[in-house]
Design a protein around this ligand. Structure first.
Ligand code: UDP
Length: 321
């Protein structure tokens, strides 16, 4: 297949590009580096089946041959990231999605829209099923992301229903692993780099809010299966790991894993409206895709720690004294 990954230099996008190349596909990657990073795709450039275009899909697609499949992963996704680029976030999920859907329709290509658990806002139902309609603010500090993604979902469904687009939507829950930006401000990059630098771990609020973390190779497996699955046409599917922990528990696990003696400091989050609980119900992904996460939290965090250590040239705290 010839596959376009929009946002292919980002954290999940670059892991997906590598996987698609391994599977023998021809991979076209488009990214404008607003939050993506050239270093994420540098190792892929050696492949004769990898093509990169520095392009902002808000303005349309760069020239490329007929496509068999399109993954739309182009968007800032960390809370500080989408707060820094609110207009870009709204435009890439609206105008950008429209350009990609137009192209997928003309090429009769499969289309996958990467939506988010933020589509549920600060959920009042727990765990979150795809049928839950959410508790979202249209004007709050996360609205530029949450509402942009909800619009992108609605547009995807409109193309599916009225133009026959072979489209599916996945709602991606918190994901971590190699190639994530150590400076993007998210939980796992923050805690691991703080632990390795022997700095305090910054716990927002009281740390009793929860998240459920999925390792990136598991997530990528879910994306590939969702794209391939005929029964996923016109469906929305949660992808994430249902193992739920408080932020304080994650801090403890990361301190133990890294051998860190870092203290915890409690502060207000940079981005408000923090969802208090989040855990995917993945029954639909299990049923439609035969998918569930395989990598344990400990194993995934250990691999991620190795990545950040090499990336930043940091020693284990226990090695530095
Ligand atoms: N968080 C934290 N300290 C940090 C970064 C994040 O306590 O340094 C908390 C944050 O308040 C939220 C959770 O970790 O409850 C996940 O935050 P993240 O920014 O990774 O993603 P979100 O799920 O909010 O999109």
């Amino acid at each position: 297949m010839r596959v376009l990954v929009a946002g292919g230099a980002g954290f999940i996008g670059s892991n997906l590009c590598a996987r698609l190349l391994d599977d023998g596909h021809e991979v076209w990657c488009a990214d404008n580096f607003v939050t993506g990073r050239a270093k994420n795709i540098a190792p892929l450039a050696d492949s004769p089946r990898f093509f990169f275009a520095e392009a902002d899909i808000i303005g349309g697609l760069p020239p490329m041959p007929r496509l068999d499949a399109v993954f739309h992963l182009a968007s800032p996704a960390s809370p500080p990231g989408y707060q820094r680029f609110p207009i870009e976030t709204m435009r890439v999920n609206s105008e950008g999605t429209r350009h990609l859907l137009d192209r997928a329709t003309v090429d009769v290509a499969r289309f996958l829209y990467a939506s988010t658990s933020e589509a549920y806002g600060d959920p009042l139902e727990h765990p979150q099923l795809e049928t839950y309609r959410g508790n979202v603010s249209s004007t709050g500090p996360r609205s530029m992301y949450d509402e942009a993604k909800r619009y992108g979902e609605a547009l995807t469904m409109a193309y599916h229903r009225t133009r026959g687009a072979d489209a599916r939507i996945v709602r991606i829950f918190n994901t971590y692993g190699p190639q994530s930006d150590p400076e993007d401000g998210r939980l796992v990059p923050n805690f691991i780099t703080q632990a390795l630098r022997r700095q305090p771990l910054t716990v927002y609020a009281d740390g009793r809010q929860t998240r459920s973390l999925c390792y990136v190779s598991d997530l990528v497996e879910g994306l590939v299966r969702a794209l391939d699955c005929d029964a996923a046409r016109g469906e929305v599917i949660n992808l994430g790991n249902p193992e739920e922990h408080t932020i304080l528990e994650f801090a403890e696990i990361i301190r133990e894993l890294t051998g860190s003696r870092s203290e915890l400091v409690f502060s207000e989050p940079a981005v408000g409206d923090d969802p208090q609980r989040r855990r995917p119900d993945i029954s639909r992904a299990r049923h439609l895709l035969g998918w569930e996460p395989a990598i344990s939290l400990w194993d995934g965090l250990a691999r991620t720690t190795r990545y950040f250590r090499e990336e930043l040239g940091l020693l284990e705290p226990s090695e530095s004294h």
